[in-house]
Design a protein around this ligand. Sequence first.
Ligand SMILES: NC(=O)c1ccc[n+]([C@@H]2O[C@H](COP(=O)([O-])OP(=O)(O)OC[C@H]3O[C@@H](n4cnc5c(N)ncnc54)[C@H](OP(=O)(O)O)[C@@H]3O)[C@@H](O)[C@H]2O)c1
Length: 363
Amino acid sequence: MSVACLRPALEIHAAPRITVLGTGTVGRAFVARHVALKSRGVSVPEIAGIANTRGFCRVDRDCPNTVLNQLRESTARSEASWISSAEFGRGDIVVDASASDLIAQQHAGWLRGGAHVVTACKLGTGTSRVRWQDIRDAQTHTGTGYGDSATVGAGLPLIRTLRELSEGGDRITAVAGVLSGSLAYLMNNFDGMRPFSSFVRAAHQAGYTEPDPREDLSGEDVRRKVLILARAAGLALDVEDVQVESLVPAGLQDVSLETFNRRLPEIDPQMRARFARAHKKSEVLKHMGRFEFLTDGTLIARVGLVSLPASHAIASGAGTDNRVAIWTDRYCDNPLVIQGPGAGAEVTAGALMDDVLRIQRAH
Ligand SMILES: NC(=O)c1ccc[n+]([C@@H]2O[C@H](COP(=O)([O-])OP(=O)(O)OC[C@H]3O[C@@H](n4cnc5c(N)ncnc54)[C@H](OP(=O)(O)O)[C@@H]3O)[C@@H](O)[C@H]2O)c1
């Protein structure tokens, strides 16, 4: 089968069908979940097509797994060409399991065309305010669904809880959380004695960090998650409204990955000092993303390391778990706390599928 020559279908379909974008860790787990649910007799829309940077393939009569594997093995390159002619049928569901900005730019257009979008990629609603508003407006005007449960906490009930509290009239006064599995692992294991860099290397080897650990250490991924959570709570924050402290040492931001890996121990003195300061106060160091209204009504949003007393709502937590505390009118003295696995292919694919089924039920 030639991969590059096939194009997404243009017609309007009687029954909604799924197009999966991305055949990596999450895309593969999503297709596996689809096959497993169907074999258990669950009513799930058919997968009509699958795409990666190599091209787009219709599934037709083949098992989606077979098509996915063909695409994974394809050596063609046609990243943008299939998108330029893509038109999904009204009512179809596009599942974005890529990390592509090119694809995220299309979300609003696809919604305007009548397709629903379900995404694990944060680049749609976790970047500029203009892009987020465009997606929201497109959804409102067309009544289409935008499933974003997988973007923060890999399906933990964070985004929908904030939306429901906000829509129910509860004022959300603060949200603070450990929002990155890799940074949770690093801060839960760093003991102030062994070098921090050795934990970064261990996290990398275990697959907890991105291939370039600077993507985690820079705090940019958590900035996107804070933006998504704040917007779900009804706050129209923009990128620069979130102050981000990068843990990447000065001078290592723009060097090659190889040089960064070699010079990684340069991170150790600053981390040892931060740990010692916290330890002296009998506190723990956590990497936190948060937004909160100060007593004078000012809204602040920050990402970075914080030193917390053991009694703080997010001071505990283990492994790679996400842990998020929400303070509202209702939950003012004791916050509502949500904790659990916030990354990983299976939970992320499960969150995508939950959104697909939710859209199927609602339309
Ligand atoms: N992994 C997790 O635990 C997790 C958890 C929550 C959210 N997420 C999010 O889920 C998304 C996918 O993560 P992943 O770990 O599965 O990434 P990955 O393994 O790198 O896979 C990304 C896939 O997207 C495809 N892709 C990139 N640009 C494309 C384009 N223009 N058109 C079609 N396909 C394109 C890639 O194609 P090629 O194969 O051709 O390169 C690849 O198959 C990311 O946004 C990530 O942030 C991941």
